[in-house]
Design a protein around this ligand. Structure first.
Ligand SMILES: [Zn+2]
Length: 334
């Protein structure tokens, strides 16, 4: 551990993590700025505790333009009472709060991408300070961690809950049990493009049972995707033995992302036309999308081909695409 990590976090919690009952409060991060000389970023947090039992850490708004998690978690924080549970639930509906209030993926203060900022720094940027607080204060309290994601403004996903393949097979099996309990229409063995700096990796390396989601996208939530999130989080708490009652079982289709052939990236900039929709089966070599040049008429579109057989799982959003953007993601039914 480097010396900087021995400094205390500048964040103070207005809640007591050991107190019984329900507390709604804040993680207060001092942030001196033009419109507030001694101001703070106030990140909403709820702690609900009833006796001894496991602790669940539930987060949304890791990316500020993904909405199913915040909808489900503001709802849960408002409605979950200690009598319905045993143990402790810590809810942070909007982890990167400055990004969430701006409606952007990254923080408007420092352009920090929360899910590339771990383990963070107590003396770093605002985003790094939040990451450091989760790394050193909140993750160590948790037994299970659920971090909600969706596609945000530039991706759209089939609704799935996911966990990663891990070196510790017992930890991996416990995570996939929670994925199953979440009960999204699809369940994923997820491969990351770039796992460095992720909250996921920080939690997993600490031995926590970590699950995540991708529940839609386009910078909004639908009635269906919000419903999946609200039901899923309660199912996870039931499966963890925290919330009383049985898991509401439902049919889920398991998907696997075996390797980098899952991803198709745009190599041109232009107008994207998809030739398949999410959930459709596509064959290796088939054209998933065309990118039409927009500078002149009469030019041929560039075709994006599937690099494997699979289910069309995620797509670029909205209609214009740039070279380097993730155009399509495929996954294999298990
Ligand atoms: Zn995200």
């Amino acid at each position: 551990m480097s010396e900087q990590h021995l400094r205390p976090s500048p964040i103070s919690a207005t809640v007591d993590f050991e107190a019984e009952g329900v507390q709604h409060g804040f993680l207060r991060l001092p942030y001196s700025r033009d419109d507030s000389a001694w101001g703070s970023v106030m990140i909403p947090i709820t702690v609900i505790k009833n006796g001894e039992g496991p602790t669940a850490l539930l987060t949304g708004g890791n990316h500020g333009d993904e909405y199913e998690g915040p909808i489900a978690l503001f709802d849960l924080a408002r409605t979950l009472g200690p009598d319905a549970m045993t143990g402790r639930v810590i809810i942070v509906p909007a982890m990167n709060y400055p990004a969430f209030t701006a409606g952007t993926r990254t923080s408007p203060i420092d352009k920090g991408n929360m899910n590339r900022s771990f383990p963070g720094r107590p003396d770093g940027t605002v985003t790094e300070k939040i990451a450091d607080y989760f790394q050193r204060e909140l993750l160590p309290l948790a037994d299970i961690v659920l971090d909600f994601h969706s596609g945000g403004k530039t991706l759209d996903f089939l609704p799935f809950c996911a966990a990663h393949i891990l070196p510790d097979k017992e930890q991996e099996a416990r995570a996939f049990e929670l994925v199953k309990a979440f009960g999204a229409p699809w369940s994923m063995k997820m491969l990351e493009i770039d796992a460095v700096g992720m909250y996921d990796t920080a939690a997993e390396e600490m031995g926590k049972v970590f699950i995540t989601t991708e529940l839609g996208g386009g910078g909004t939530a639908t009635a269906r995707s919000a419903g999946i999130a609200k039901r899923g989080v309660r199912n996870v708490l039931r499966a963890a033995g925290i919330l009383k009652g049985a898991v509401e079982t439902s049919k889920t289709e398991w998907l696997d992302m075996p390797d980098g052939d899952c991803f198709a990236f745009a190599e041109e900039t232009g107008l994207v036309e998809f030739l398949a929709d999410l959930g459709e089966v596509v064959q290796r070599g088939s054209v998933i999308a065309r990118i039409h040049p927009t500078g002149r008429t009469g030019a041929e579109p560039v075709e994006i081909h599937a690099r494997m057989d699979g289910i069309f799982t995620a797509r670029h959003y909205p209609g214009l695409i740039k070279a380097g953007d993730c155009c399509a993601v495929l996954a294999i039914p298990v």
